[in-house]
Design a protein around this ligand. Structure first.
Ligand SMILES: [Zn+2]
Ligand SMILES: [Zn+2]
Ligand SMILES: [Zn+2]
Length: 87
């Protein structure tokens, strides 16, 4: 059994702030998959994308939990616990 994430109380009722990765949209870069920060709604690209903006967002803000906003994907991730979350 995995240890339950203790950061779920930081999750806010957020909506994606941008339609794509915020930083990649600015620079004209491409991404593979999109992840949304569940604390502030920042949209960043996944670790399969070359810029890894979702992970960079965590390092910059310490916002620990994100979820996939790919169609049909329900999972999330806590960067601190390195734990997959179900929504
Ligand atoms: Zn956690
Ligand atoms: Zn990006
Ligand atoms: Zn955030």
């Amino acid at each position: 059994m995995a240890t339950p994430c203790t950061h779920l109380n930081q999750i806010q009722n957020v909506h994606p702030t941008t339609k794509g990765c915020e930083e990649c949209l600015k620079t004209g870069d491409r991404w593979v998959h999109l992840r949304m920060c569940l604390v502030c709604g920042h949209v960043g690209c996944c670790d399969s994308s070359k810029n890894k903006h979702a992970t960079k967002h965590f390092h910059q803000t310490q916002h620990p939990v994100m979820r996939s906003i790919e169609p049909g994907e329900q999972w999330g991730w806590c960067y601190i616990d390195e734990l997959e979350l179900d929504f």
